[in-house]
Write a protein that binds this ligand. Structure first.
Ligand code: KE4
Length: 435
């Protein structure tokens, strides 16, 4: 470590110019304390900070970097694309190719619209669901994050199936009055909400594996009832697969649930992260009858200057082609599972209570003896202990999410040695944790 901490110098400069010194709040380390690492460059499973310190990266831009940083095929595709032009504001063949790939890999959708962020995709999907059904109400679940569109910045009210309260200043109560917030995995609340509001519900939006409360799976009975009740009441079941799409499996979380619930599929899918390969690109899709409600065909307006950007689509296409190669998910799943198993075994060897779970290249672990099923439980995690674990790993060159409610991500570039080094570092940290 150099005597001058360039991360701190940069953070001090940034804080004068950018709120909190960051362009997205979680990057500020406010939940864990300390100085954010300013990334100079990244390659494969690693990045190097402003002091030249190397870290094994388990964030990977919060999911997009499934191949690892700087995959040669992706770099080549982007270099070629930029030489052809950065942006046209006109249709391109590559948008058609990317739409074909997405629709091929996500059989529940007939059509797709490309946008520039997961927030934009989720916001547009909600508007489309309301326009297509002529209904106002939406159901979401506490602990699920679908981007920062006003109608989705709500937390559960008190009591059963009450309407949400804004989680953000600047969101008037009127804007969230049609948003019902329920407890994840709570079938009783779900049933009650549909009894009371079923005919008014435009859509139910859910993270099928909730990465915004670390790693919580929707139980099969719960997911089955989401599907049945949406069908019964004519509401659209919208899967927010911005994080899980192409991350937990080639077909996303919906392909995992289709194996557990015969014939299961959502009505709408929101995607992002992996499909852009690290460039600003997201998407939402549904059956043709729903998607054709969108402008310029239908009355639901949605637009974007950089939607389907030619450089971003080149990056996304190259990424989607690589993840379709034989054995990609088998290898990625095995590496990720070896991380979770290694960490929990090391924790238990040091008398630390820990459990974990993973699906494909996404993982989570908890300082509990059993996996939590909802947000309220996740948030009972002992913060100071997590923060000690976070900084202990960081000091040893291992970069996990700087918040206990965030998932982790493994790339195809992470090696068995990286996992072994991570587990060894964690074991040292576990020795110092409170029992
Ligand atoms: P963006 O607008 O950040 O591209 O996507 C919003 C979004 C929508 N849906 C899900 C399931 C998501 O996880 C996200 C964004 N995820 C966060 C990580 N929890 C991005 C990191 C950040 O906010 O800086």
């Amino acid at each position: 470590m150099t005597s001058v901490d360039r991360n701190q110098l940069l953070f001090d400069r940034a804080k004068l110019l950018i709120p909190g010194g960051v362009n997205s709040p979680v990057r500020a380390f406010r939940a864990v304390g300390g100085t954010p690492r300013f990334v100079q460059r990244a390659q494969g499973a690693y990045f190097w900070d402003a002091n030249g310190q190397r870290y094994i990266d388990y964030i990977g831009s919060w999911g997009p970097m499934i191949l690892g940083h700087g995959h040669p095929a992706v770099v080549e595709a982007v270099q070629k694309a930029v030489l052809e032009g950065f942006s046209y504001g006109a249709p391109t063949e590559r948008e058609v190719e990317l739409a074909e790939e997405i629709i091929k890999l996500v059989p529940s959708i007939d059509m797709v619209r490309l946008v520039s962020s997961g927030t934009e995709a989720g916001m547009s999907a909600i508007r489309l669901a309301r326009g297509a059904t002529g209904r106002k109400k939406i159901i979401k679940f506490e602990g699920c994050y679908h981007g920062h569109a006003d109608a989705l910045l709500v937390k559960a009210g008190s009591g059963l199936a009450t309407f949400g309260n804004p989680t953000s200043a600047g969101v008037p109560p009127e804007v969230v009055q049609h948003t019902i917030v329920l407890e994840y995995n709570n079938v009783e609340q779900l049933e009650a909400a549909f009894v009371e509001h079923g005919p008014e519900v435009a859509c139910l939006m859910i993270e099928p594996i909730a990465g915004n409360m670390n790693f919580v799976r929707a139980s099969v009975p719960f997911m089955k009832r989401c599907r049945e009740l949406c069908t019964q009441h004519g509401a659209l079941l919208a899967f927010d697969e911005v994080m899980t799409g192409f991350r937990v499996a080639l077909g996303g979380a919906q392909s995992v649930y289709a194996k557990l619930i015969p014939g299961f599929e959502p009505d709408m899918t929101v995607m992002g992260k992996v499909i852009g390969g690290g460039m600003p690109l997201a998407a939402f899709g549904a059956k043709r009858a729903v998607m054709e409600q969108l402008a310029p065909l239908g009355g639901v307006y949605q637009a974007g200057t950089l939607s389907g950007n030619p450089v971003a689509t080149a990056c996304g296409l190259a990424t989607l082609r690589e993840i379709q190669k034989p054995g990609f998910y088998e290898n990625l799943s095995a590496t990720t599972r070896s991380l979770v198993d290694g960490l929990t075994a090391a924790a238990h060897a040091e008398g630390v209570t820990m459990c974990g779970d993973s699906q494909g290249g996404m993982f989570g672990f908890f300082l509990f003896d059993e996996l939590p099923q909802n947000y309220a439980k996740v948030m009972t995690t002992d913060g100071p202990t997590f923060n000690q674990l976070f900084h202990g790993l960081l000091d040893r060159g291992v970069y996990i999410a700087p918040a206990l409610y965030e998932a982790g991500f493994v790339s195809a570039a992470h090696t068995a040695q990286d996992i072994a080094d991570t587990v060894a570092a964690a074991r040292e940290v576990f020795k110092g944790l409170p029992r």
